[in-house]
Structures are given as C-alpha cells and as structure tokens.
Ligand binder design. Structure first.
Ligand SMILES: [Zn+2]
Length: 506
C-alpha cells in the first residue's frame, strides 16, 4: 500500500517535469551570427536583395543549405545567410530548454551549486551551453563535454523559457537606438566617475540606450539591469549608420589606402595578420562583415578593416570606430621602469617592480601596435638603461608621447591605489586622461593626477606621464597587481587613456 502511494507520488512529481522538458529534437540545426551585422538575403547569392539584417550572437533555425549559403527561418519568413559569416550548431537541447551564453572571461564550472564545490572545468566568454537546472544564483549547464554548475551572474539566458531578449519596454526609449562598446567599461549607478560600480559592459557588445546625459549614456547592460556608462567608447549603432556603412560594400571594389595594410584572418583587429597589402591595390569585396571587408587574395579569404580602404563605387568610406582612429600612426614611447641591476621596489610577496613594469609595457605595446600606432619600448628585456637614455628616446624624436610605467611602494603597507604624474603644464592633459581611463576601468582606487619631480618628466620636452600603477608594498594589492586579469586591464586602460588624449588634442 505504502509502496503504491509512493509510486503514484513519484509519477505525479515527474509528469510536470517531463512535460516541461518537451521533446528532444536532435536534428534541429541552428546558425549563430558571427559578425556584428549580417545581411539576410532573398536568395543564396550576394546579388540577391537584402531581406533584413541579423546581428552578432543571434541564432536562427536552419531550413536548408545550398553551397556556401544557408536558408534560415528569419522570424517566420525565409531568408539566406552567407555560411562563412555564421557558425552552425547541431542543437541537442530540448525544444523548451533555454541556452546560456557565457559572459565572463573564464567561467568556473563546479560539481555543485555553490562556491564550496570543486571546480571541474572552465567555459570561455561567448561559449553557449544548454541549461539543465537552475536555482536563484546557480545554473547547471551541459556542453558537449562538460556538465556542471556555474554562477548565474556570468551567463545570459536565452531560449523559449527565458524572457525574449528582443522585447523592450515601449515606454522607455525604444527610438533611442543602440550603442556598440568599442572597449569594455564599468557601468555606474550615477553619471559620474565617482558613481558606484554596479556592472560591466564588454567590448563589441551592443546595448540599448535608455537615456542620455552629457558625457554619459544610461543603458541596459544586462537583461533588466540598467546603469550609466561614459560616452567615450560607445559608438551609436542606429539604423541609419548601419545601412550607410554596410549596404554598398558587397560586390563592389575597394582600393587599399595605406602601404602595408594588414590582411587578417578574421574581421577583428586582434586576429592574426596573414599578409600585408600594398597601397593602391584593388580588391573585389566578397562580403561586408560589420565595418570590415571580406576579400579573396590568391585562394585565401581575408579581411580588411573598412577604414583602411576606399570604395571605388563612390560610396562613403567606412568610418573607423573606437580608439584605433585616434592612435593610428602615433609615436608612443613606452618606458618600463627600472631593469637589470636596478630592480626597483620589491613587493611584500617578492614581486620585482622591474619585471612587472616590463610585463605591463609589453601588453600595452602589442595593443598599440595592433591599433596601427607606432609604439617604441625603451627596453624590451631585463637590462639596465639610464634615465638620460630613457628621456632621449622621446627628445630625439619629433612628436613623441612618452609614458613611463612603475609600481609604487610605501613604508605603510596599507597604502593602496594608482597615481598619474606629470611635471610640466604641457604634460598635465596626458596624465589626466590616463588617470581617468584607469579609474574608469579598474577597481583600484585613484590617488589622482599629480605633479611629480621625476627626471623622465622634468627633462622631457614631450607630453609625458609617469604612472605608478599600484602599491607592491601592500600584500593585498600586490596579489591583484601581478594577476593576469589586472595586467590585461591596466594595459587596456592605458591604451584607452592614450586614445582619449589624442582625441582631445585633435
Ligand atoms: Zn619605479
């Protein structure tokens, strides 16, 4: 009797669950858009009329395939997508289960729903997984080779049982449009650099504008969550701009504007440079991928940044987005402090300043180089160089901007934060831009932009700044400073600060 009752109870318990899961349909194939915007066409060819546009990360059901082209269900209509601009995924999830998109750098997967559980793997930003279970703050995910729990804060849910991402509250600025972040930025509770940090937006992400105020934009940075982000590196992606940028490209011809223009493996400034093109060379455009052109060189498909080429059909040239525009061709001397027998300060945990300054400098060097700037390092390995030699690196070149990188130390081990120094009045604006960018992008507290009597500033005829990027004498801060994440973020903040400086000087 009791056993029967138990069985009935079990059956009752399981009915709603299995009904909710729906039927698994393993032959469902979907595509995921891999470029900022994608033309959906009426036929499987670049000359077919454009039926609409799809955007990065969106997923569509595949109806059929023809050569390089894929026919999709485009919101109830049929449309064709270029196969090389999308990623095809075999859906193994059930009809009703939502999918999760990883929004964090390297997301830990654990064998239970809590920090106390063991880490069994990691997921990268942009990876998707199907959702098996969830509670308030933890979600159980299934990927091809991993199943486990992750924190709900670092994923974005989509799919039929999650709220539709397209739905906007009509009372709130539906016409305000969208912005694309050309850099990752903090989101704050108030429109001020002193506002509390409540979240973060990622580079190349699209965000809905709710309202604007002077140098700040109030936007939805996460489903249902709103905050303020500075306008600096938010680029409006309203429909007029999108069509002006993309429509003319396909099938037309472009001419390379600069000697040695990079031809890359992807439509992304961080992707591999496969070869360089000569100035004046003409290419036929195979497709437009956001603000990039896809061209055929030999038998390779390569990408050229739209702002490096002019369009021969008399259509407007693509305007370069983001910091690169201001950094291109700028001569920037990066000076990693100390080196060789001059070790600089030694951290509470043993970090040598001379090593950390070089690490930050090399990261910054790579970013500037990729953006088309002309960075020069005063040293690129562990050697001693005099202060005079460092200063001469700037003074011997016309139009250089000088940035010296250091880490700080204090007798009191509770002093923390970074400081931007200048000496001459003509150096102040640079120090201020770097200070602001650091404050905007790092959790470290700012000690402000100050005048400091340092040889490399005082004897420098260029715009110059010396950054003390935090205190190695504080064991807590030292731990942060030597982490890969901090190093990446600091280099990226300095990069953005330099771009902002050149933007203001223009
Ligand atoms: Zn130093």
């Amino acid at each position: 009797m009791r056993r029967t009752l138990l069985r009935i109870l079990l059956i009752l318990l399981f009915i709603p669950l299995s009904a909710a899961l729906g039927h698994a349909s393993a032959d469902d194939k979907t595509i995921k858009v891999q470029v900022n915007q994608l033309n959906i066409r009426e036929g499987p060819s670049l000359t077919s009329a454009v039926a609409g546009k799809a955007y990065y990360g969106e997923e569509y059901k595949v109806l059929k395939e023809k050569g390089d082209w894929i026919q999709i269900d485009f919101g109830g209509r049929k449309g064709w997508a270029a196969g090389w601009l999308v990623q095809t995924t075999e859906a193994v999830r059930t009809d009703e289960s939502p999918t999760a998109l990883v929004t964090a750098d390297s997301l830990r997967v654990r064998n239970g729903p809590g920090e106390q559980f063991q880490v069994i793997g990691t997921l990268d930003q942009g990876e998707t997984a199907s959702v098996l279970e969830q509670n308030e703050s933890w979600v159980k995910l299934q990927t091809k080779n991993l199943s486990g729990w992750v924190s709900a804060d670092f994923i974005q849910l989509s799919g039929k049982s999650a709220p539709a991402p397209e739905k906007k509250n009509p009372s709130e600025g539906t016409n305000m449009g969208e912005v694309r972040a050309s850099a990752s930025l903090f989101v704050r509770a108030e429109p001020s650099l002193n506002g509390k940090i409540i979240g973060e937006i990622t580079e190349d992400g699209f965000y809905t504008i709710i309202k604007e105020e002077k140098q700040w934009i109030y936007l939805e940075y996460k489903k249902g969550k709103k905050g303020w982000a500075p306008r600096w590196f938010l680029e409006r992606s309203s429909s007029e701009k999108k069509t002006a940028q993309e429509a003319p490209a396909e099938g037309s011809k472009i001419k390379i504007l600069y000697e040695g223009t990079s031809l890359r493996s992807q439509a992304d400034v961080n992707s591999k440079i496969v070869k360089r093109a000569e100035k004046g060379k003409v290419y036929k455009v195979q497709a437009a991928a956001g603000s990039w052109y896809k061209v055929m060189d030999g038998n390779q498909n390569l990408y050229i940044a739209g702002w490096m080429a002019s369009n021969l059909n008399g259509t407007p040239q693509i305007a370069e987005p983001g910091p690169q525009e201001y950094l291109k061709d700028r001569l920037i001397i990066i000076d990693p402090g100390h080196g060789g027998e001059d070790r600089g300060t030694t951290g509470a945990l043993g970090t040598l300043e001379k090593n950390l300054t070089l690490r930050t400098a090399l990261l910054l060097y790579n970013k500037l180089d990729a953006a088309g700037a002309r960075p020069i390092l005063t040293r690129s390995h562990d050697t001693y160089i005099s202060l005079q030699t460092r200063t001469a690196a700037a003074n011997s070149r016309y139009g250089a901007t000088f940035l010296s990188i250091h880490y700080d130390s204090s007798q009191q081990n509770d002093v923390q934060g970074f400081t931007a120094y200048y000496f001459h009045g003509y150096q102040k604006a640079l120090a201020e831009c770097l200070e602001e960018a650091m404050a905007q992008n790092l959790m470290l507290s700012s000690r402000g932009a100050r005048q400091g009597n340092y040889h490399v500033l005082r004897e420098n005829k260029s715009s110059a700044a010396l950054m003390e990027l935090g205190y190695l004498s504080s064991p807590n801060e030292e731990q942060v400073l030597r982490s890969r994440k901090f190093q990446e973020k600091a280099a990226s903040a300095l990069y953005k600060g330099l771009a902002e400086y050149f933007k203001r000087m223009d």
